[in-house]
Design a protein around this ligand. Structure first.
Ligand SMILES: [Zn+2]
Length: 325
């Protein structure tokens, strides 16, 4: 009995520590929300699917500023969109080199993020879903952290799109930044195409960038977690819309309340806590004002309801579609 109580006591201790560390950073929520953006005519029908690289159940208080022990279904995942112009992935978490990558990091990092045994490389997951990794045309990166870029080396022909601010920030960072594992981006250096937010206000965000020029994929800045963190709106011709929001919040519940990340962890992972709070306020306001737009944080399976696991598409004769290489 005593032994079984111990983990609970530990969790309670952690919760009290969290409460004590709860610096009161306000989340400013805009009262007046921006005019809605009219969707362009003739958008392609898009149906994002998800490849889960790792799934871990944790108490919610690990993911956000709360004392709740409800389960956070944490995932590390890639989103795939079969667009008529090419195959898109949003983030590429792991590769077969992830074990070696983790081996280069301090023990504390491995204790926090686990080892490679539970992590699935993005490229084989793509192949299992009938998508040849060499056929991926664009990798849209929400931010440069290791769990969003580790699979880029195995997508050899993907142009890697991320905001210019993020690229500049990574250049200012020391080579040995465990959370960045900069060699992921360096290994794809010739394929990196940084973009500017050149498109004006968009759905409450001050700036935007129309990624493919057809209004189907629109990037918006979500600064704070990292300076150049980016969210990607995906607008389907069916009328369905999503905003893939990276790590601005780790949990859906964090956007709903709104509540920042766990205060002990955010002090480590969020570059600018006040900017993160402003971004979270915008996401919260968007979730209230626009229930038609599904906001998807990178690391919460509960935010991916309605986004199916990627699977091979059956062709007319019932066999799996031959991937184009
Ligand atoms: Zn992440």
């Amino acid at each position: 009995m005593r032994a079984s109580m111990r983990p609970l006591r530990l969790l309670r201790f952690f919760a009290l520590l969290q409460l004590a560390a709860c610096a009161s950073i306000p989340v400013p929520v805009p009262g007046q929300f921006a005019a809605h953006v009219a969707m362009p005519k003739g958008l392609p029908e898009l149906a994002p699917c998800v490849l889960i690289g790792e799934r871990t159940n944790r108490p919610l208080l690990f993911g956000m500023s709360t004392l709740s022990f409800a389960t956070w279904h944490q995932v590390i995942a890639a989103i795939v969109i079969r667009h008529p112009k090419g195959v898109i992935v949003i983030d590429a978490p792991f590769s077969k080199a992830t074990a070696r990558d983790l081996g280069r990091e301090p023990l504390s990092f491995r204790l926090a993020f686990g080892d490679a045994r539970t992590k699935k490389a993005t490229a084989p997951l793509l192949a299992a879903a009938g998508i040849e990794p060499r056929s991926v045309t664009w990798a849209l990166i929400t931010h440069a952290h290791w769990d969003h870029t580790g699979g880029l080396r195995e997508l050899p022909f993907a142009q890697v799109l991320l905001s210019e601010r993020e690229v500049e920030w990574t250049r200012s960072m020391p080579e040995a930044s465990p959370i960045l594992m900069l060699w992921n981006l360096q290994g794809a250096a010739s394929r990196i195409a940084p973009f500017k937010f050149d498109g004006g206000p968009y759905e409450g965000f001050a700036e935007s960038h129309d990624v493919l020029g057809d209004g189907s994929i629109v990037a918006v800045p979500l600064p704070g977690h990292t300076p150049g963190s980016t969210g990607y709106f995906v607008n389907s011709g069916t009328g369905r819309r999503w905003l893939f929001a990276g790590d601005a919040s780790w949990t859906m519940e964090g956007i709903r309340r709104p509540a920042l990340k766990n205060p002990l962890l955010r002090a480590i992972v969020d570059e600018d806590e006040e900017a993160t709070a402003r971004t979270l306020g915008l996401l919260h306001a968007l979730s209230k004002d626009r229930p038609d737009i599904v906001i998807v944080p990178s690391h919460d399976l509960d935010g991916m309801v309605g986004i199916p696991p990627c699977a091979a598409r059956a062709s007319a004769n019932g066999t799996a579609e031959t991937p184009k290489g």
